[in-house]
Design a protein around this ligand. Structure first.
Ligand SMILES: Cc1cc2nc3c(=O)[nH]c(=O)nc-3n(C[C@H](O)[C@H](O)[C@H](O)COP(=O)(O)O)c2cc1C
Length: 194
């Protein structure tokens, strides 16, 4: 065995979504974010296009700006019958309650030699690497995909190209709750052996 499989399995199973409402004010350090993103970029990538891009909102100012934009877009662009004041409050407060927010971006390769879905899949693998690294630090992570990330105004805010996609916001912070437990269906429900 090349690595400690039991520890790796524990880490994979312990990776949990922990929401900003459950974070303390303890700061995640820049060196930790660097490590998290340095692990992210070792995800698989078809054709080595390395389509992941990250925008790190760490300063209070940048997180406030993000919060304001998400709130404004929610109020102005989501049909009023679908709006809900509790949801709006969460959308606004999440960047402020987090220590770090990373905008996850898929940069479309100019040659388009790889199918878009594969580029998205590569970035999703990068997010898993981020989340596992957070787990190793005891940092909570939450991959959020609010509708606003697809709006032109949001893409303009991130200054990303028309063919690029924001695949979500990854919130991070130290939890003030007991590390959550979860369950999965047993393997036999999802596997056919041929
Ligand atoms: C692509 C993707 C997008 C997600 N977007 C959201 C989201 O917008 N809101 C949310 O509450 N959870 C979101 N999640 C997190 C899931 O809710 C979470 O993974 C699920 O509840 C299982 O919990 P676990 O991550 O602790 O195993 C997303 C997960 C993935 C993979």
């Amino acid at each position: 065995m090349k690595y400690n499989l039991s520890e790796i399995t524990d880490l994979i199973k312990d990776r949990r979504t922990i929401y900003p409402e459950q974070y303390t004010s303890r700061q995640v350090q820049k060196e930790q974010v660097e490590k998290i993103l340095n692990n992210a970029i070792w995800a698989p990538t078809h054709g080595n296009t390395q389509p992941w891009r990250f925008q790190v909102f760490m300063s209070e100012e940048s997180r406030e700006e993000l919060s304001r934009l998400l709130g404004t877009l929610y109020v102005e662009k989501i049909p009023s019958e679908k709006q809900n004041s509790m949801k709006l409050a969460k959308i606004i407060s999440r960047p402020l309650k987090s220590s770090v927010v990373v905008a996850i971006i898929m940069k479309r390769d100019e040659t388009e030699k790889i199918a878009e879905i594969e580029e998205i899949e590569a970035v999703a693998c990068a997010v898993q690497n981020m989340h596992l690294t957070c787990t190793a630090y005891g940092i909570g992570g939450f991959w959020a995909t609010p509708k606003m990330i697809n709006f032109t105004e949001f893409k303009d805010f991130l200054k990303i190209g028309e063919k690029d996609k924001c695949l979500g916001l990854f919130y991070m912070g130290y939890p003030d709750i007991e590390w959550p437990k979860a369950h999965r269906k047993p393997l036999e429900y999802v596997t056919e052996w041929k």
